[in-house]
Design a protein around this ligand. Structure first.
Ligand code: GDG
Length: 486
């Protein structure tokens, strides 16, 4: 029979993100979450991952370096110093990141930053336009590249283009403090699908768009004139099978044993965060200090291990938080240490994923208390790493996107030191049966809504015809998944 054109055809995916983390060699212990999440979708569709190499060049040329690693094709460009300073360190990390995490006090408004952001987004659009074929699906990631969809539309591309926001979308009154907020948000409506980590962030977007642009909501699709944009709540998940597989790794077992031995019978509390002011580390240390002050019986019986690899060291607010935490941990240790007990072990270094697994597993309490967080994957990793027969307890901020999916954690207000201290005390005292029950429920949600569910759900929405999407709402579905009685 002659070969016909009617065979099922998977459209090719082009993923675009600020950084492309190319994997080299066989050791993938440190690969990033996004890489894991996108790799399967990219491999399946023979797609390409486009973005910044992380390298600096003397003058921007737009020359693309193509590579293939672990079955994934990547296309990267280098940026010049001014781009890195204004777009990445500037508008992305000193303007949008703090603003979108409700930190107006740390938000720096500068014309150069906005100019650099616009320029680099144009450069991204110009450089990767030649790679785009008519029926490619384009999936743009995160706050660095919000205007990219608009730039592609201006260049005439009619492909289905989607955007996933990894961080919160701020309430309208906060967003409106940004000069150019209308243009930024208006550009978002050039996407066919926008994915949010939680209903709260989606609602904030709807609140803004319906008032500022008189866009109307039909089901979960916004209509502005002819344009339809589907707003999807699509919380990012873990590669559960891969992560849980670390239970067999030697590095995980060694890390666990090392911690258990060094804890000499004490209950370990663990925190793992990029060193970032959004993660609420100073408040967490203060809550632990209060716990020690209120519970003398816990002295020498508990120990907090905080792992916090430094990030974004080029930005002053990150250097400040580092100094603040050095001082705070020093003060607490000075006040409470004895000759054979240090209350806080505060470590500014990263560990491999396998080692992290062992560290989580050795801890009786996982302390995840960001002031704001789009999702927070550490919360999910901590749950997956537990021994179901004797699991530790997750103490989780109400203001992390993960809280909407994991109501069985001990939920705390990270701004209220007393509430956090009380939550830690509750977690330490929790009976085995209750720990098991909470763990079982959370593990079930995390397993069902894993990273494949996340990318498949987003990709399915992206591939769908806009009119068909008008009928959808996935909110009820997600509530059911979380078993939420909130
Ligand atoms: C953004 C959003 C959203 C940390 N220390 C080490 C290490 N890590 C890994 C963790 C985790 C990842 O880094 C951090 O992910 P988070 O989700 O906690 O936070 P962000 O970096 O702020 O990410 C966030 C995420 O995007 C995804 O959408 O959840 O809300 O802010 O996987 O394990 N990994 C290794 N060594 C370390 O020392 N190997």
């Amino acid at each position: 029979m002659p070969h016909t054109q009617t065979q099922a055809h998977t459209p090719r995916l082009i993923a675009v993100s600020n950084r492309v983390q190319v994997e080299t060699g066989v050791d993938n212990a440190n690969r990033g979450g996004l890489a894991v999440a996108l790799a399967a979708a990219l491999r399946q569709s023979n797609g390409i991952w486009f973005g910044w190499s992380g390298k600096q060049t003397g003058e921007f040329t737009g020359q693309i370096a193509f590579q293939r690693a672990d079955g994934v094709a990547t296309a990267t460009i280098d940026l010049e110093a001014q781009d890195i300073e204004e777009y990445y360190n500037g508008f992305a990390n000193r303007t949008l990141w703090p603003l979108f995490h409700y930190r107006l006090d740390l938000t720096e408004i500068a014309r150069d930053f906005a100019g650099g952001y616009a320029r680099v987004n144009e450069r991204f659009a110009d450089t990767f336009s030649p790679l785009i074929a008519p029926d490619d699906l384009i999936w743009v990631h995160d706050y660095h590249l919000m205007p990219l969809g608009s730039h592609l539309r201006k260049r005439g591309f009619e492909n289905r283009i989607g955007f996933f926001l990894h961080i919160p979308w701020p309430p309208p009154s906060l967003l409106m403090s940004l000069p150019g907020h209308r243009e930024l948000a208006r550009g978002m409506l050039d996407y066919d699908v926008i994915g949010f980590q939680s209903e709260e962030w989606r609602q904030a977007f709807i609140d803004y768009a319906t008032v500022q642009f008189e866009a109307t909501l039909e089901g979960e699709t916004l209509r502005l004139g002819e344009r339809l944009t589907r707003l999807l709540v699509c919380p990012i998940g873990l590669d559960v099978a891969d992560f849980a597989g670390a239970v067999h790794s030697i590095a995980a077992r060694q890390a666990e044993t090392r911690l258990v031995v060094s804890a000499v019978g004490r209950d370990m509390i663990v925190g793992v965060d990029r060193l970032d002011y959004s993660k609420g580390l100073a408040e967490r240390f203060a809550a632990y200090e209060l716990l020690l002050a209120d519970h003398p019986e816990l002295h020498e019986k508990v120990s907090l291990l905080q792992i916090a690899p430094p990030s974004r060291g080029d930005v002053a607010s990150y250097r400040q938080i580092r100094e603040e935490l050095d001082a705070l941990s020093g003060r607490i240790n000075g006040a409470y240490s004895s000759i054979d007990w240090v209350p806080i072990r505060y470590v500014n270094q990263g560990y491999s994923r396998d080692e992290l697994f062992g560290i989580y597993r050795a801890a009786r309490v996982g302390l995840v208390t960001p002031l704001r967080d789009g999702m927070n994957l550490v919360a999910k990793e901590y749950v997956v790493a537990q021994d179901p027969a004797d699991p530790g307890v997750l103490v989780l901020s109400r203001f992390a996107g993960a809280a909407a999916q994991l109501p069985q954690a001990v939920l705390v207000n990270p701004h209220a030191i007393e509430d956090m201290a009380e939550g830690i005390a509750r977690a330490l005292a929790m009976p085995l049966a209750e720990r098991q029950e909470r763990h079982r429920a959370m593990l079930e949600t995390i397993t069902r809504r894993d990273v494949r569910w996340w990318s498949e759900t987003f990709m399915a929405a992206l591939a769908e015809e806009p009119e068909a999407a008008l009928a959808h709402s996935n909110v009820a579905d997600l509530r059911e998944a979380a078993g939420a009685k909130r």
